[in-house]
Each structure stands twice: as structure tokens, then as C-alpha cells.
Design a protein around this ligand. Sequence first.
Ligand code: FAD
Length: 396
Amino acid sequence: MFTIEDIRQRARSLAQDVFTPRAASIDSAEMYPWENCFALRDAGFMGMTIPKAYGGAGAGYREAVVLVEEVAKACGVTGRIAVEANMGAIGAIMAYGTEKQKKLAAELVLDGDKPAICITEPESGSAATEMTTRADKVGNGYVLNGTKHWITGGGVSRLHLIFARVYEDEEPQGIASFLVVRGEPGAEGLSIGRREPTMGLRGIPETEVHLKDLHVPSDMMLQPPSGLRKGFGDLMTAYNGQRVGAAAVALGIAVGAYEQAEDFIQNREQFGRPICEFQGLQWMLADMSVQISAARALINEAVSGEGFPDKTKAAQAKLFTSEMAVTVTNNALQMHGAAGYSRRNPVERMVRDARMFTIGGGTAQVLRNVIASDLLNRKFPQTRDGYVARSSGKSS
Ligand code: FAD
């Protein structure tokens, strides 16, 4: 039932029949597309990567990127939901979680919840390890205080995976993450703050998340295999899945814009001939198709192994695809002339939607740092008082 070809075909039909007709109104109303979540759920696409033992289909990331591309072709917002329901926080929880945590997360996602991952803070973006949200050990639990920012799904997501700096008796223990279900008794300390009015992907809220004396029981701390002190690395390894997922959304948006442009230039006539007869546009289209294929190859390479994608391959895939999507959507708009600049045209939305992917989930500059560090087999601390030291082995 969940072969790659089956997923492609079923996702394509769902996207054409259900998501395409809704995409413009989701953007203009800036409303979270619950109906699309439920359509994904009913098709078995929410939590498709959750192991069968927990109610999912046990699909891998190879399958997930195909789903995401097809969905994002029609609607970038719904593509992002497909990522977070299969490749983001849910991947980390399924890999590192306890039975209780896995069951909790699986139940929510399979029911249509898109989990939120809470890392970024107002003063800690690219420098994620400079986060100041703290989790103080108190009795048999932790008390979280801090503010997260740019949290995708703030106010709609129920399951939150919150990253915080852990202290026991004021002694720093490392960075860990905690599962919190918004709206559940005991989670009153989690509240949703200001929503950012975003350029694109407007159907999904980006908000602040305030944590004020939020009590989290110890059994809701996600224990990465390397232990608390080195656990942030494990959590970031899981995040490589989300990164490739973001690349697959950008790819889908680019393909959607490419298809609009290809269709348009065959039908629009100027100077008494279809504009596709002009070599200037033919070469643009050819370049766009090559860039799309190259991006898809990098994404497929990143998900070709078992488990979480390799850090460098994930960074390469997201870097190339995000920049490709900015170029391809802009070129698609250009090929439409004024028609592409109208908000009646989906390409206008696709240009705005594509713009995010060189920023969120690791900026293009930071991803270049990650790739260069691996190529040179050195760590390059970015703080002014950092050091340059040859790492003992290749980072992965
Ligand atoms: P900054 O870190 O302030 O960077 C500003 C500029 O400086 C950028 O151009 C950057 O590339 C550059 N720069 C910074 N450091 C370096 C360096 N060392 N070398 C070279 N250049 C550098 N976060 C979450 O935790 N959860 C989410 O769900 C989430 N969703 C998001 C959704 C959207 C739409 C967006 C836009 C962001 C989201 N984020 C989320 C936050 C995102 O991960 C951060 O925006 C990103 O990590 C960059 O941080 P920043 O925006 O603070 O930029």
C-alpha cells in the first residue's frame, strides 16, 4: 500500500483534487488548513513514518519526501504540515523516546496534529546553543521558563517538543528537549504569544511561545542516546530529517511554479506566435528543469541511507534546493509577464512561499558553514573568542 509509486500517485490526486483548489484561500485568509490536515490523516499520510507498532505505516524518509513534494506542488503550507507530521519532532521522538512518549506522540499525530518544534528564541537564532530557556530540576520534574520565537504551528499544534538548558542545583547539565501537550491539564505554563505577519506560507502561524513556570514531569524529557550533556547533537541529528523535509517543500513549490510557467508559455501569444517559440524563454525553462532535477537528486541522496539523513547531505540538499526554489519561482513569474505579478496567479504566492527556505531551519550561510566544516574536517566555532581546532574525526 505504501510503495513510493503508490504514494506519489495518491498524493498527486489528493493535491490536485483537494489542496490545489484551496491553496489561494488558505493564503489570503491566513487560516490554518485543518481540512487539509484531516484529508492527509484520512489518506494515512499524517504519521506515515511512525512505526507500525505505534499505528503508523512504518514508511521511511524516502517515501516521505515524495509525499511532501507532491503536496507542496499544490500548497506549500500543507507541504510543511506533511513534513512536521512525518520528519520533524516526530522523528526524534520515535527514535529516542520511551514507550510512553512514543505512544503519546503517535496518537496525537495520527489524529491530525502537526507537532511544533521549539528551538529558536528572540536572541538565539543561528546560534541555537545560546538559548536561554531553562529547565530547572524540581522534585520529580522540571520547571521551564523562557520565550521561544518563530514557532511554526503556534496556537494550532498540540504536541510541542521544547528545547531548554537543563540545570540541577544551578549546575548546567546540557540542552534537552521536553514533550508538552498544549491544552492538557498541567500545561497551563505554556501560552501562545504574538503571531508574526509573514511574507509567505501564510496559512500556518509563526508565533512566540511563552513558558512560564511550566511543570514538566521527568518522564517527558526526551533522553537522547549520548546522554544529556551531549544530547543536543543527537537532537540535531534528528533535525536533519526536518531539514530534508524543508528541502522537499521548496522542491514541490518550485515544481508547481515550473508547471505553471510551462503551461503559460505554450498558450500565451505575442508577435503572432506562442511565446514558447522565443529562445530566451526556452533556455529559462531548460535551466529551471535542470535545477529541479539536481535538487531532487540531492534530496534523494540525503534520504538514501537508513535512519536520519547525514548532516552534510541534508545541508547540501536544503541549501541547493532552497536557493533553487527562489530562482525558479522568480523565473516562472517573469515568464508570465504581468500575469505572474497578479495575486490571482498562484505563481505570485509560490514566489513568496519559496522565499522562506533559505532562512528557516538553518540559513543558507549557516548551512555553508556546516558543509565547509565537514569538507575541511575542522570545527569552526563561530563565537569571537572561539578556537580553530582540527577535529578528531569527520563530523557526521
Ligand atoms: P540570525 O541568526 O539572526 O541571522 C541573521 C543573518 O546572519 C542571516 O543571514 C544568517 O545567515 C547570518 N548569520 C548568522 N550567523 C552566521 C554565521 N555564523 N555565519 C554566516 N552568517 C551568519 N525555529 C524553531 O525553533 N521552530 C520552528 O518551527 C521554526 N519555524 C520557522 C519558520 C519560519 C517561516 C522562519 C522564517 C523561521 C523559523 N524558525 C523556527 C526559526 C529559524 O530556524 C531561524 O530563523 C534561523 O535559524 C535563523 O535564525 P535568525 O532568523 O534569528 O537569523
